[in-house]
Structure formats: C-alpha cells, structure tokens
Design a protein around this ligand. Structure first.
Ligand SMILES: Cc1cc2nc3c(=O)[nH]c(=O)nc-3n(C[C@H](O)[C@H](O)[C@H](O)COP(=O)(O)OP(=O)(O)OC[C@H]3O[C@@H](n4cnc5c(N)ncnc54)[C@H](O)[C@@H]3O)c2cc1C
Length: 395
C-alpha cells in the first residue's frame, strides 16, 4: 500500500526487474509516466541505470543504518556523495540523489509519524520510490514565507486539502512522493506553513516536466499543480505550522550532500587539469611550466581544500550537537562559487578544445552555474550569516 488515500501500484519504471525500462543508459520516459494526473508530452531523459546503480550500492540506506550514530550516517552519506562526484556520475543525477536523500528520507525519518515511516521509508531507501520537495512558487522564490499554496484542515474528517502550484521542483517528473510546503488554515485561521507528504498518484496531482534547464539537464525538474489533493493529517511532517523548521533542517542536509558531490567532482577536475597541463606543449614548454597556469591550478586546490575543511567542520559540529546555520551557509557559498570558478578555469586551460560543442567542460560550467541558486541562493545565505553575526539587518 502506498498511501491511505491513493492506491495505485508502485511505478513499474522504478522496478529494476522491469528491464524494458532499463534498456539504455539514459532512458527517455514520457512526462506522463510518473503520476496519474501528470501531463505534458516531451520525452524526459533520466538516467535510470545510474539511479539503480546508486540505489543498489546502498547509498540511500546509509541514512537508516542502525549500526551508525545519526551524525555518522550524515558523514558517511556525504562521503559517498563525494565519491560519486569524483567517479564522474552526472551532476544532474547527483542533484536528483541529494534531493531524494534530503527531501523525503531525511524529513520522514526525522519528522514523520511511525505510520508514514513504515509506509514509505523502505521503498525510499531502496530507490523504488523517489522523493522531491516543493517549496518554490512563481511568486515565492527566495521569499518562501509569501507562498500561496494552502492546506485546509477539515476538522470533521481529519483530512487536509492541499491546493497550489509549485515550480522548479527537482525530481517532480519521476517522484513518487513530494513533500509539499503549504500555508495551513484551520477553522479559517492561518496556522503558518506546514510540510505534507503527497503521493503523486493522488487524484488532483498534476506534474509537468517542462523546465529542461541548461544547467543540470539530466536532473528531472518540473511543476506541480495541486487541486484539492486530500491526504490524512498523519502525513504532515512535524508540528502544524512548523514547516519552516522542517525546511531548515532538510535544506542543511541537502547542501551537505549536494555540495559534497561537487567537491568530489572538483577533485577530479583538478587531477584532470594537472594531467592536461603536464602533457600539452606550447612555446616548446609544458603548460605546467608557465607559472600563471600552475598557479591557477594551485588556486583550484586552495578552494577545494577550503570547501572540504568547511564540510568536515560542519560534520564535526553535527557530531557535537552544535548549531551549523552560518557554517552551512558559508560552505554553500564558498563551494558553489569555487565550483563555478574552477569549472571556468579548467575550460580556459584547454583552449579552443574547451569550448568545442561536444566539450564536457562547457557542460561542466553550465552545471556549476546553478549551484549559487538552488538550496537557497548565495545572497540569501549571506543574509542568514549577517543575521547570525548579530547585524541589525532589519534596521
Ligand atoms: C537546478 C535547480 C533546482 C531547484 N530545485 C528546487 C526544488 O527541488 N524545490 C523547490 O522548491 N525549488 C527548487 N528550485 C528553485 C530554487 O529554490 C529557487 O530558484 C531559489 O529559491 C530562488 O528563487 P527564484 O529563482 O524565484 O529567485 P528570486 O527569489 O526571485 O531571486 C532573484 C535574485 O534576487 C536575489 N534576492 C532575492 N531576495 C533577496 C534578498 N532578500 N536579499 C538579497 N538578494 C535577494 C536572489 O539571490 C537572486 O539572485 C530549484 C532551482 C534550480 C535552479
């Protein structure tokens, strides 16, 4: 059983024994496949084989490994993401993975009811269910509190009716479950923003895979239209009105996982740059002999080392139950900016080859462009740091 209210069967395309859905490395699925209410016609590329490879490696299960303390689960998951980034897994796929880990597995394990945990967690850990979270709306990007999506509690039935439209939702086209953030109304009163788990096969859920972004093109992203979607109250995460606390907890983990993957990728980029500089000759010299080139690669290392040290410091703080708010914000800014700078530098290092149409360097730059935007833009992260430092940001 997938939910109390929506009884459709699990997605056949996420059952690994269904080899017809796994016939090629990048399987194109129609945008209509994920949920009963889905719409749209463009084929959407998603690397199901990569998803299966990562699922089968046990990467999702670490977060529920009873042999590990909660802080070590986070540490080991971050380390796995870094390995995957280093191994050259597609950054879009890895962002889908980071979103899955943070949006549903983390939030349900931390804030979900026992019923919700037993209904969803096993299949989320195996990768058969795919998670997403829906915060952003057309008029509410950075300004999350201005969201218009509503969750109306019906006291008599104990059910919640969710309405709204969410945009730029990673994994939406392939998600089985989305954590939707909406403003709760009870008896006509605004109770604040809450987080609800919604099964994408529920009546009233429509998914459109219409945002194929230049950055992370293999990360499935789409819109979610919710029309009187009815769910039990027990599918709320955390207390009513505590949605922003849930979001804060989850986003910190998303940043740790997503940007650990970027660190792995950056490490590989440095090694590739060293190899290129040590082999390409101009002016009868190796590029490595030109100090402006070797210093540029040394700078890549400096940024990478700083980002790695920041993540390690954050992981230590989690282990010691210390607040990580400004540290996560600072790490997100540094790693995403560094990722973009080093991707550009690595492209320039290759000269004309770097910008050939089929060059992976160009896509590397495009992928890195989104880092300063998602998981809370870097400017918003700076406003958080400023507030944490005690600056009187509100006058
Ligand atoms: C690849 C990708 C994946 C995403 N995945 C998801 C997802 O899974 N779920 C989801 O809900 N959303 C997702 N998003 C949306 C993302 O969270 C938003 O894009 C982000 O919050 C910014 O909102 P916006 O795009 O509306 O920009 P805006 O909020 O309009 O901001 C525009 C610019 O103004 C700046 N700005 C805004 N307010 C301030 C301020 N107070 N002070 C200083 N500067 C400010 C911003 O930093 C930015 O530079 C994703 C976005 C991308 C690019």
């Amino acid at each position: 059983m997938r939910t109390q209210t929506c009884t459709s069967s699990a997605f056949s395309h996420l059952h690994w024994k269904d080899t017809s859905a796994m016939s090629s490395l990048t399987t194109s699925i129609p945008a209509t496949e994920p949920g009963a209410g889905s719409s749209g016609s463009a084929p959407y590329p998603f690397d199901y084989e990569g998803w299966k490879r990562i699922s089968d490696s046990g990467a999702f299960r670490i977060l529920a490994d009873s042999a590990l303390s909660s802080s070590h689960r986070i540490r080991d998951t971050a380390a796995r993401m870094r390995e995957l980034g280093y191994a050259g897994e597609d950054p879009g796929l890895l962002f889908a993975v980071a979103t899955h880990l943070a949006s549903t597995i983390t939030s349900i394990l931390r804030f979900g009811s026992p019923e919700l945990k037993s209904a969803l967690v096993p299949d989320l850990l195996s990768g058969h269910f795919v998670g997403a979270h829906a915060i952003t709306e057309t008029g509410a990007g950075s300004d999350v509190s201005s969201m218009q999506a509503t969750a109306t509690v019906d006291e008599a039935s104990g059910k919640v009716r969710v309405n709204g439209r969410k945009v730029f939702i990673t994994n939406a086209p392939i998600a089985s479950h989305v954590v939707v953030y909406a403003r709760t109304y009870r008896g006509g009163n605004d109770e604040g923003i809450s987080a609800y788990v919604i099964d994408t096969t529920c009546p009233g859920v429509a998914v459109t895979a219409n945002h194929i972004t230049a950055s992370l093109p293999h990360s499935p992203i789409g819109e979610l239209e919710l029309s009187d979607v009815t769910i039990p109250q027990s599918w709320r995460l955390g207390a009513e009105g505590a949605g922003l606390q849930v979001l804060d907890f989850v986003m910190k983990r998303e940043i740790i996982y997503a940007f650990s993957a970027d660190l792995g990728r950056a490490q590989k980029r440095i090694e590739d740059s060293v190899a290129f500089a040590n082999s390409r000759r101009q002016f009868n010299s190796l590029l490595a002999e030109f100090q402006s080139v070797s210093f540029a690669i040394a700078d890549m290392y400096v940024r990478h080392f700083a980002g790695t040290a920041m993540i390690n410091e954050i992981l230590s703080k989690i282990e010691n139950n210390q607040d990580i708010t400004k540290e996560v914000a600072a790490a997100k800014i540094l790693i995403s900016d560094a990722n973009l700078q080093t991707a550009i530098e690595a492209t320039h290092l290759r000269g004309a080859k770097g910008v050939q149409a089929d060059s992976t360097s160009v896509q590397d730059v495009l992928d890195a462009l989104a880092g300063p935007i998602y998981s809370g833009t870097n400017r918003i992260q700076k406003t958080r740091i400023a507030a944490m430092l005690g600056l009187l940001t509100d006058g």
